[in-house]
Ligand binder design. Structure first.
Ligand code: UN1
Length: 447
């Protein structure tokens, strides 16, 4: 096994051994329900397994040369220190998608987690140090002992810590996950010093429900992707475009789910919706609902609730907001459990509404009609980085490239060929002949 992959394999083993405690810490610190806290750590394990395999297969193409006795090929070299800025909502998984790939690509990582979730970051860094220690014990002569633990550094702090990372000439790549507002600050600063950005910013993900949709399946998909993680995923379903012919069939079922879903202590296995992260999240949710009311919305849920024993926590019932049209409010991302529902008559109109937002992360269509599904996936369909058929926009697996277009920032993390962002490419030409033929037939003969 290439040693870089071996180190990540050791990290995966530490995570596997600590799946329950780290998952529980995610629940305690970020407020995710137990199953989602555990799922987050499972996602970390998955990317470590993936990256371990990738360590063996990273390679470049060979290219035919127009010059006789020449060979051309590509090599991929480590890029250097990889900066990682992550958000509260996936406090540890986002680090792992970046770190596992960056490490098998031969880089070190410096991590600035959200100031809202330092505990899970400290725990993850401790697991990394254990993995590094075990690696050093197994391969004592591979790396000087002081280097290994420094392959991952944790930078705890606020805005200025993030800025130091973004501005450091020692960091050629910064992968930043968070709001579009954050991306607008980070992107230009990186561009100013020609550093490479990998941006995962806001989403405003929609689902189109067609007349032939399996409504039971749709209902479950909508419930998980709109209310799961209390609406605080970048992939959360925020807009539902429902065909007029099935609107009155689907909406009563959805309203019932919104009024009955269990909201409460995320440590309780019965709970499906935990708290919002803080008072600010609650305030922006209420502001959006107030604005929706003035726009003539019919709102189910959205109110604050007070489970016993948590007077200071911000628990809310997810809000289902039926609106007559896609207003400016709907086109912006409010990081809270609000699902806007609109009615449509023709698929072309639904696709137009679907794409008529500044963000482009994830998307879904619910249909049994092959032509509708293919149209949605085609170049004239969804303009997002992720487009799904008969499942919600959230909950992606690590094997695919993850990220989106437009104000989502264009970056790709995780699977497929996302590893290329963490490496620099060198095009090599080797002349194994004794003459010097020039490309494009150019002659340049000196005496
Ligand atoms: C995020 O919310 O920042 O696809 C990422 C998903 C998860 C990742 C979400 N695998 O919902």
């Amino acid at each position: 096994m290439p040693r870089r992959g071996e180190l990540v394999r050791f990290l995966g083993e530490e995570l596997r051994a600590n799946l329950d405690p780290l998952g529980r810490l995610v629940t305690i610190e970020a407020g995710k329900i137990l199953s989602e806290g555990r799922g987050e750590v499972q996602e970390m394990i998955d990317i470590c397994t993936y990256a371990t395999g990738l360590a063996r297969t990273i390679g470049g193409v060979t290219v035919s040369s127009e010059r006789p006795h020449h060979r051309m090929m590509e090599q991929w070299h480590p890029l250097g220190v990889t900066g990682i800025i992550s958000a509260f909502n996936f406090p540890v998984a986002v680090w792992s998608w970046n770190a596992a790939l960056a490490l098998v690509c031969g880089n070190s990582v410096v991590w600035k987690p959200s100031e809202k979730t330092p505990l899970t970051a400290l725990a993850t860094q401790a697991l990394f140090l254990r993995a590094a220690h075990n690696f050093a014990g197994r391969y004592p002569d591979d790396l000087p002992p002081e280097i290994l633990p420094n392959l991952s550094t944790l930078l705890l702090g606020g805005h200025t810590a993030g800025q130091a990372l973004v501005d450091s000439p020692l960091v050629p790549l910064v992968s930043a996950t968070g709001s579009t507002r954050m991306g607008r600050l980070v992107g230009p600063r990186l561009a100013a010093r020609f550093a490479r950005p990998l941006l995962e910013l806001g989403g405003n993900n929609a689902g189109i429900v067609c007349p032939s949709a399996n409504l039971d399946l749709t209902l479950r998909a909508v419930a998980f992707s709109a209310m799961g993680t209390a609406g605080q995923r970048c992939t959360t379903l925020r807009r539902l475009l429902v065909h007029a012919s099935i609107y009155d069939q689907l909406l009563p079922k959805l309203r019932r789910v919104y009024t009955t879903v269990t909201v409460g202590d995320p440590r309780n296995p019965e709970t499906l919706v935990g708290p919002l992260i803080d008072a600010g999240a609650f305030a922006s949710m209420q502001q959006a609902l107030t604005e929706a009311r003035t726009e003539g919305a019919n709102i189910t849920g959205g109110e604050r609730i007070h489970p016993s024993g948590s007077p200071e926590a911000f628990y809310v019932r997810p809000a289902l907001v039926e609106l007559p049209e896609q207003t400016g409010l709907v086109r912006q991302e409010t990081f809270a459990p609000i699902l806007y529902v609109l009615r449509y008559e023709h698929l072309a109109e639904a696709v137009r509404l679907h794409n008529d937002v500044p963000q482009g992360l994830s998307s879904s269509i619910f249909t049994q009609d092959l032509a509708e599904a293919e149209l949605f996936l085609s170049a004239t369909g969804s303009d997002c980085g992720i487009a799904n058929v008969n499942l919600g926009p959230s909950g992606a697996e690590i094997g695919g490239a993850f990220g989106g277009e437009k104000e989502t920032g264009g970056g790709r993390e995780s699977g497929s060929d996302a590893w290329k962002s963490y490496m620099r490419r060198s095009t090599n030409t080797i002349n194994y002949g004794a003459t010097l033929p020039l490309a494009q037939g150019v002659t340049f003969d000196v005496n």
